[in-house]
Design a protein around this ligand. Structure first.
Ligand SMILES: Cc1ncc(COP(=O)(O)O)c(C=O)c1O
Length: 482
């Protein structure tokens, strides 16, 4: 029976199910597939691929595990010794458990030093930030409407925002010249391009702190973004899924603080600024599927609440997390310690490449670094980037994410994750990179020309793989803008 379903002819599927806007053929996802085939294990498979393409936070698991040990009622569905099994097992009202929403609102306010205070009645629970972003698209954009997104951006947005909703993404091109900060000129340019393509712009979506840059958005840039959406009469979505990872100055500023500071002018935009959050990164719980939309717009909250029935958070999970996030002493300790550990691991990653002449964008947040390897490419082009990426995956055994999959306009940038592995594994990864660079540089002369045929270790790039050479940005933009 199973194989029958798998063999089903494509024409029996809906157009949506078969269409390519899911983005599954991006090198971002292909790298994951390669890792799955040959995963590194220090004992069982020391020659395997190290997964550095997954922004997962495994650094503070022991703190969560210790808390669970000390609070067995949370997982055991008990209160003061008595079972409460029936409460979460029975029908769930899609507004979510009040105890959990209160605890989540408090936790989100705590993350922002109470400079922004979250009202639980403005929260809509969703199955992760993925579901929150899609639900917001459904609420704010009709088929063919567009959102402007600064590049480079999280590769999953193509799937999350466009695939099922039919919304379009128009990239706002940011460059290394100013550390990839978004400018008013770049926003105006993207807006004009969208208009030229007859797309109705419904808003701007930013990720703060940024994935893949690992940088927080400066307050001045947030003010400029709020001015922009106010002037255009459009929405601003701020995906703040990494807010708890900001480990160094200038620190994280939520767009909510900026909106509050605009008061009394704030009234005009506060209903058009929406926040996406999730516990996938700050608490390292992507498997629990806990996310949220926060909006002061009653219409958005009402529509998104109705939509949330397609992706509710299990009551069992809400019960557990209401207790965990309700423990203020624990959350305070956890957040501080987690940031400390992220910083240590970040520093370890930055130091390794620096010693071998590879630079990283200066960053202060996130679970990854944005690394410039353009000097290792045979040609300064996206073909050169893909060639280098394949080498790094197959020869060096590191699955990193190519900048092109994040819609970066400049070839040679890669996102390298550091929080989903042990310090020892990160050391192995850095050693591999170092020997690759030493070897590769012996094949490149002073003028950057190749002298040999390439590194000696044999590279076996399976021919069966249909490598997705995504269109270079100029043509990709035209496609997105259609
Ligand atoms: C910016 C951003 N938004 C959303 C998501 C999806 O998160 P979730 O696991 O909560 O669906 C990710 C995951 O990497 C992300 O980086």
């Amino acid at each position: 029976m199973v194989s029958q379903v798998a063999d089903e002819k494509p024409q029996l599927l809906s157009k949506k199910a078969g269409c390519n806007s899911h983005g599954q053929d991006s090198s971002y996802f292909l790298g994951w597939q390669e890792y799955e085939k040959n995963p590194f294990d220090p004992a069982a498979n020391p020659g395997g691929i190290i997964q550095m393409g997954l922004a997962e936070n495994q650094l503070s698991f022991n703190l969560l595990e210790d808390w669970l040990e000390a609070n067995p009622d949370a997982l055991g569905l008990r209160r003061e010794g008595a079972s409460v099994f029936r409460e979460p097992a029975l029908f769930q009202d899609y507004n979510g458990l009040p105890a959990f929403k209160n605890a989540l609102a408090r936790f989100m306010s705590e993350q922002r030093g109470y400079r922004a205070v979250f009202d639980p009645s403005n929260i809509v629970l969703t199955a992760g930030a993925t579901s929150a972003n899609e639900a917001l698209m459904f609420c704010l954009a009709d088929h063919g409407d567009a959102f402007l997104i600064p590049t480079p951006y999280y590769p999953g947005f193509d799937r999350d925002l466009k695939w099922r909703t039919g919304a379009e993404i128009v990239p706002v091109h940011c460059t290394s010249a100013n550390g990839f900060r978004v400018t008013r000129a770049a926003l105006d340019d993207a807006y004009r391009r969208a208009q030229k393509s007859r797309l109705r712009v419904k808003g701007v979506l930013i990720t703060n702190p940024s994935n893949p840059l690992g940088t927080t958005v400066p307050r001045a840039d947030l003010e400029m973004l709020v001015e922009f959406v106010a002037a255009k009469g459009i929405h601003l979505i701020s995906d703040e899924i990494y807010s708890g990872t900001a480990f160094a100055e200038p620190g994280f500023v939520s767009v909510l603080e900026v909106v509050a500071a605009r008061s009394p002018l704030a009234a005009d935009v506060s209903g058009r600024v929406h926040i996406v959050y999730s516990l996938s990164k700050d608490l390292g719980l992507p498997g629990f599927r806990v996310g949220a939309i926060y909006s002061a717009n009653a219409g958005v909250v009402s529509a998104a609440t109705k939509m949330s029935s397609f992706g509710l958070v299990s009551s069992q999970t809400q019960y557990l997390l209401a207790m965990l996030l309700g423990d203020k002493d624990f959350t305070r300790r956890y957040v501080a310690e987690n940031k400390k550990r992220i910083k240590e691991r970040h520093d370890q990653l930055v130091e390794g490449p620096k010693e071998i002449g590879i630079g990283c964008l200066e960053s202060n947040a996130g679970l990854f670094c944005w690394v410039d390897m353009s000097h290792l490419m045979r040609s300064r082009s996206f073909e050169g980037e893909m060639e280098l990426w394949k080498k790094v995956v197959f020869e060096v055994g590191l699955n990193i994410s190519a900048g092109l999959s994040c819609h970066c306009r400049e070839p040679g940038w890669f996102r390298v994750c550091f929080a989903n592995m042990s310090a020892k594994t990160l050391d192995v990864a850095m050693q591999r990179l170092s020997s690759f660079v030493h070897h590769a540089s012996s094949f490149v002369d002073e003028a950057g020309r190749r002298r040999g045929s390439g590194p000696a270790r044999s590279m076996s790039c399976p021919l069966a793989i249909k490598w997705a050479f995504r269109l270079p940005p100029a043509s990709a933009d035209r496609k997105a803008e259609r």
